[in-house]
Ligand binder design. Structure first.
Ligand SMILES: NC(=O)c1ccc[n+]([C@@H]2O[C@H](COP(=O)([O-])OP(=O)(O)OC[C@H]3O[C@@H](n4cnc5c(N)ncnc54)[C@H](O)[C@@H]3O)[C@@H](O)[C@H]2O)c1
Length: 308
């Protein structure tokens, strides 16, 4: 099961994709398999709000990959638990003998305005996204560090999934935006800490038509007519993820990309803007005057999604 036009990018690699039973994760799993990777397809099979779990979307994607001549195995654990994350890595090692790439993608939404957001909805979304990225990353990194210490430094790759909501904010998604911003912070730290073990860590902020977005953005996400470019298909996000997850992306780490339709954008993060230094403590009134002058010279922020 290899791409007919170019040499496969991922021959011999083993890739674990979380939340790969549906939507973007499914597209990533199929795209990695098409480039020659063996894939661990994780999915807990939960509902749009994390309820459930229900039976087997992970196994269905495994069957699709196998039907196309590829190799895959299902893992149905909860990646936001130590058992689920550890057994995800163990499944790759037990079944395929190695792990080269981890794609953290699983998640769900509990959207509310902050004033109406229940503590449970805050906790559930922080847990699945932020802890659900941390735990698989930690367990994969422990394996890769052991490999590096044994003299087998890997060409390991992690692709994390943030969101425009995490980069710019999104009205009605305070829990989700905080979790997705946290994923960017963790990505930067992981890239800095793990480079010495041969591990590169990057993040994407995707946009695509999945069950997560089709209700909210029905008009803009609609499938086009026959033969036209289906801009919002999740499959359009996966090529960048496959490249970031391959050995071909050597040297790229600690970066964030937006990926949507036919467009790839490098997102440039926080950096110092206009600055002033008194060389001593400001009074509050002086600090206010200085901040006002600096703001007048600064770039205005990008609008928050959904803000009026
Ligand atoms: N679709 C978009 O436009 C968009 C935009 C920005 C970010 N994202 C992010 O992309 C990722 C994929 O989203 P999607 O749109 O494909 O959604 P989706 O609902 O189609 O797929 C998410 C999958 O994750 C699984 N999952 C949820 N909790 C899990 C857990 N604890 N363990 C294992 N699996 C679990 C679900 O069962 C589901 O199959 C998410 O992190 C989402 O926040 C999506």
């Amino acid at each position: 099961m290899t791409s007919p036009t170019a040499a496969p990018l991922c021959t011999g690699r083993v890739v674990a994709v979380t939340g790969a039973g549906r939507g973007l994760g499914r597209a990533h799993a199929l795209a990695f398999a098409a480039e020659g990777a063996k894939v661990v397809v994780n999915d807990l099979g939960v509902g749009l709000d994390g309820s459930g779990p229900a039976a087997g979307p992970a196994q269905e994607v495994v069957e699709e990959i196998r039907a196309a001549g590829g190799e895959a195995v299902a893992h149905q654990g909860d990646i936001a638990t130590t058992d689920g994350a550890a057994s995800l890595v163990a499944t790759a090692l037990d079944v395929f003998g190695r792990l080269d790439t981890l794609v953290n993608n699983a998640g769900f939404l509990r959207d509310r305005m902050l004033v109406n957001l229940d503590e449970d909805d805050w906790d559930a979304v922080m847990r699945v996204h932020l802890k659900g990225h941390f735990l698989p990353l930690k367990h994969a990194a422990a394996h890769w560090r052991a490999e590096a210490k044994a003299g087998r430094t890997p060409e390991a790759r992690v692709v994390n999934t943030s969101s425009g909501a995490g980069l710019l904010g999104s009205v009605g998604q305070g829990n989700y935006a905080a979790a997705k911003a946290g994923i960017v912070g963790m990505t930067l730290v992981a890239a800095a800490e793990m480079g010495r073990y041969g591990v590169q860590v990057n993040a994407i902020a995707p946009a695509a038509r999945t069950r997560m977005t089709e209700e909210a953005f029905a008009a803009t996400m609609a499938a086009p007519g026959e033969g036209a470019f289906d801009a919002m298909a999740p499959e359009n996000v996966s090529p960048l993820v496959v490249w970031l997850g391959s050995a071909a992306s050597a040297g790229v780490t600690g970066r964030v990309f937006e990926a949507e339709a036919g467009r790839i954008t490098v997102m440039e993060g926080w950096r110092p803007g206009p600055t002033a230094d008194k060389g001593a403590r400001w009074s509050p009134a002086e600090a206010g005057a200085a901040a006002t002058r600096l703001l007048a010279a600064a770039e205005p922020p990008q609008p928050v999604y959904g803000a009026r």
